[in-house]
Ligand binder design. Sequence first.
Ligand code: HEC
Length: 161
Amino acid sequence: MKYSIYLILMALLFLSCADKKDTPQEGAEAQSKNMSPEYSEAYQLLKNQCYACHSPISSSHDVIIAPPMAAVKLRYSRSYTTKEEFVEAMVSWAMNPNKEKALMRGAVDRFQQMPKQAFVEEDLRKIAAYVYENELEEPEWFAAHEKEMHAKGGGMGQGMP
Ligand code: HEC
């Protein structure tokens, strides 16, 4: 019994080392190199202005200060199907966050409303278009978290007899 716990620990250690080779950050750098100039500018803006809080490289759901941008994208693309609507919504939120109109109520409760900051609207448009068009890096725990959330509220019969 004790022995198997050691084995599991060893396996975890091994996996976490193996993962380091391919951290989202390195992936992101590679990504930005292969991008059109327009997107790589937008990506820099996203990184500089949003990732301080909406970080894609947090190690766990417990240490984050805002939902990762991939989560925001997922939520927004459920409500706004066209690029135009999506960009409008994201820009108008960031220019003037107001929890009355927040889509991510759970996030507002957990993290407090996003603070109003001095963003430039033109930058936000680039960022929002980038977010809409591109696949974003997501933290490793994110897929599992999403799955869990859907299992809880999803009505797929999981867990509930
Ligand atoms: C100082 C930290 C911080 C920064 C920087 C920040 N955000 Fe946020 N943001 C938050 C927090 C916290 C939430 C979750 C609570 C909420 O929805 O208000 C959030 C939520 C959001 C949401 C979802 C709003 C909703 O409908 O609930 C969008 C969209 C968003 N941020 C866009 C951005 C963009 C775009 C940038 C960069 C230009 C950015 N944020 C930078 C903290 C930040």
